[in-house]
Design a binder for this molecule. Structure first.
Ligand code: SAH
Length: 221
C-alpha cells in the first residue's frame, strides 16, 4: 500500500456505510479495493459546497462540467483491473483525482492524464496532500496513451469513447487489462474489459454505464 494511512474524521461513518453498500448491495468482492476506499477521504475530491454528499450512491458534479464517478463505478472498474500492488497503471480522465488515489493505493505506479489543465493542477495538489509519491500526472489528450512509460499492466479510461483507442491496446503488456466505457451515444456506454493477447485482444462487456465523453484524437472530436 502507498499513501493514505487509515483516517478517522467526521466522515468515517458515511464512508463505512459506503463500503457496506459496495460489499453487500453491489457485490464488490476485492477486499483490497474496499480497504483502499475505506481509507481514502473521498470528500476532499468533491467541491466544498457538496462535501456532505461525497459518500452518496451517485456521481457528483466537479468543476468544468465534469463529474466524480459513482463510488460503485470506481470500485467496479478497479476490481476489473485485478491489481495486486505491483502494476504500472495508466489512467485516462483523472477528473477529481479520486480514482487516481484509489489506483495509487493498489499499484506500484500510476501515470494519469487529464485533458483539462485546471483539473490536472487540482489533482496534483490533492494527491500530494495525501502523501502519494507514486503518481505521475500530465494534462493532455490521453487517447494517444503515454508512450514514454509503456508497456502498462493495466489501464483505466474514465470517459466514454466511440471505440477502443488502438494506441492504448498497443501500449498494454501481453495479458494487460484495459477497462473502458464504449458507446455510440456520447452519454451512454457499456463497460468493457479488453485483454491484450499475443495476436491482438479480446473484450468482454460488463453492462451499461454512463460517463462524460472521451474527447480527443481517438475519441469524440
Ligand atoms: N474517475 C474520475 C472521472 C472524471 S470524469 C473521477 O471520479 O473523478 C472524466 C474526465 O475525463 C474529465 O475530467 C474529462 O476532462 C476527462 N477527459 C475527457 N477526454 C479526455 C482525454 N482524451 N484525455 C484525458 N482526459 C479526458
Amino acid at each position: 500500500m502507498n499513501g493514505a494511512a487509515p483516517i478517522t474524521d467526521e466522515m468515517t461513518i458515511p464512508r463505512m456505510r459506503m463500503i457496506e453498500r459496495l460489499r453487500d448491495h453491489y457485490k464488490i468482492n476485492d477486499e483490497r479495493v474496499l480497504e483502499a476506499m475505506l481509507k481514502l477521504p473521498r470528500h476532499i475530491f468533491v467541491p466544498e459546497a457538496i462535501k456532505s454528499q461525497a459518500y452518496n450512491d451517485n456521481a457528483l458534479p466537479i468543476s468544468s462540467g465534469q463529474t466524480i464517478s459513482q463510488p460503485f463505478i470506481v470500485a467496479r472498474m478497479t476490481e476489473l483491473l485485478e491489481l495486486n500492488g505491483d502494476e504500472k497503471v495508466l489512467e485516462i480522465g483523472a477528473g477529481s483525482g479520486y480514482q487516481t488515489a484509489v489506483l495509487a493505493s493498489l499499484s506500484r505506479r500510476v501515470y494519469a492524464i487529464e485533458r483539462l489543465p485546471n483539473l490536472a493542477a487540482e489533482v496534483e495538489i490533492k494527491i500530494n496532500s495525501l502523501g502519494f509519491t507514486n503518481v505521475v500526472l500530465k494534462a493532455g489528450d490521453g487517447t494517444d496513451g503515454w508512450d514514454t512509460y509503456r508497456p502498462y499492466d493495466a489501464m483505466l479510461v474514465a470517459a466514454g469513447g466511440p471505440e477502443v483507442p488502438l494506441p492504448l491496446v498497443e501500449q498494454l503488456k501481453i495479458g494487460g487489462r484495459l477497462v473502458i466505457p464504449i458507446g455510440t451515444d456520447q452519454r451512454k456506454q457499456d463497460l468493457y474489459r479488453v485483454v491484450r493477447s499475443k495476436t491482438g485482444y479480446s473484450q468482454q462487456n460488463f453492462g451499461p454505464c454512463s460517463f462524460v465523453p472521451l474527447i480527443g484524437k481517438h475519441g469524440w472530436s
